[in-house]
Design a binder for this molecule. Structure first.
Ligand SMILES: *Cc1c(COP(=O)(O)O)cnc(C)c1O
Length: 366
């Protein structure tokens, strides 16, 4: 096993963590019931509230990656046979359907072609057709296609009995996301995309209305490990009842990454992602790359692009990694084999990343 060289991580995640987040990994390990650890968790919850834009009391990092956040929300909010309306315009919308149906929910799909955005009017119409639906779920930033789905108009669900669940794995810390203003009831993310920490934790927040749904369940949550009610009791309940051995190492790291983000400021971080993403996209278009998402719904933190002249994507992607230590992702679904997915997320969202990638691309393809 040889030591790996430093990578510039410009794929769909993980991104290069902030130096503070890496340094924090070396702190002494704390027990999962140590008062210092519980105080650290409380500070993380405060920082997450600031980043999510919420006052929600139930705001905590679930152990695991973004998928654990997805499973925790779906398992905790849905009971067998309940209806979940899910927006599907890429891989992660499909994943939501898969997880919800494995959990015994009835899934109502609302689709848009890969590479285009969902129409919020279609989602709201599906809710009117299924007024008893327990929740409606949408991916804010579809990492498979680089498309931004419009979440704000879905605030209208607050006047119905249907909860709004948002996948913010790639959105949080990268582009505008306002949990309370947009009346989002449940939202999850991941430490390793725009939050600037390594993979391992999935921030989750639930509105008071979602907590009521969780409390009113007649069926226990099928997953013990991902039961948000039990996790909440462990982290904030007076007794801090043991639930699982949560990792203080990961907690320190996320705490540090969130600290960097909040020192810079949420608006400034969004502006930085917008600026470097736009710069990359303009430069790629000039070189004959095709931007998959149209400009109105294009994410800055994740660019999905076809290669010039229909080039096969895999050989130059391998060369980028082997010769220059730069990672980008390959296309998914109908874009497999002919597209790259380029992330400019968190600490890696800077001009140096853009210039390094363009320089390497020019040498390989120019
Ligand atoms: C990465 C991602 C996930 C899954 O997160 P993991 O950390 O890989 O488990 C879910 N949704 C979206 C939109 C993602 O980009």
């Amino acid at each position: 096993m040889t030591a790996h060289a430093d990578r510039l991580l410009l794929g769909p995640g993980p991104s290069n963590p902030y130096p503070e987040a890496v340094e924090a990994l070396g702190r002494p390990v704390l027990g999962h019931l140590d008062p210092d650890y519980l105080a650290l968790m409380a500070e993380i919850s405060d920082r997450l509230r600031a980043v999510f834009g919420t006052a929600n009391e139930l705001t905590l990092p679930v152990s695991g990656t973004g998928s654990a956040g997805m499973e925790a929300c779906l398992a905790s909010l849905l009971q067998t046979g309940e209806t979940a309306i899910i927006g599907v315009n890429g891989y992660f919308g499909e994943r939501l359907c898969e997880v919800a149906s494995r959990g015994g929910a009835q899934v109502v799909r609302v689709e848009a072609p890969w590479g285009t955005a969902l129409d919020p009017a279609d989602l709201l119409a599906a809710q009117r057709a299924n007024p008893g639906a327990r929740l409606l779920a949408v991916v804010a930033a579809e990492t498979s296609t680089g498309v931004r789905n419009d979440v704000a108009p879905l605030a209208a669900l607050a006047d119905t009995d249907t909860l709004l669940l948002v996948d913010a794995v790639t959105a949080l810390g990268g582009t505008e996301l306002r949990v309370d203003d947009w009346k989002i009831d449940a939202c999850y993310s991941a430490s390793q995309k725009c939050l600037g920490a390594p993979p391992g934790l999935a921030p989750v927040t639930l509105s008071p209305r979602a907590v009521e749904v969780l409390r009113a369940r007649t069926e226990s949550v099928r997953s013990f490990y991902l039961d948000l009610g039990l996790l909440h009791e462990y982290y904030v309940g007076a007794s801090h009842r043991y639930h699982h051995t949560a990792s203080s190492t990961m907690a320190y790291s996320l705490h540090a990454g969130l600290g960097r983000l909040l020192d810079e400021g949420r608006d400034a971080v969004w502006a930085r992602h917008a600026s470097v993403g736009g710069k990359l996209q303009d430069a790629l278009a000039k070189r004959g790359f095709g931007l998959i998402a149209d400009s109105a719904n294009r994410l800055p933190q994740l660019t999905a692009t076809t290669l010039p002249e229909g080039l096969d994507e895999a050989p130059p992607r391998r060369a980028l990694l082997q010769r220059y230590g730069i990672e980008v992702g390959g296309g998914l679904g109908e874009f497999a084999g002919r597209a790259w997915r380029i992330g400019l997320m968190g600490h890696a969202a800077n001009e140096r990343s853009v210039l390094a990638l363009l320089g390497a691309v020019d040498e390989l393809l120019g």
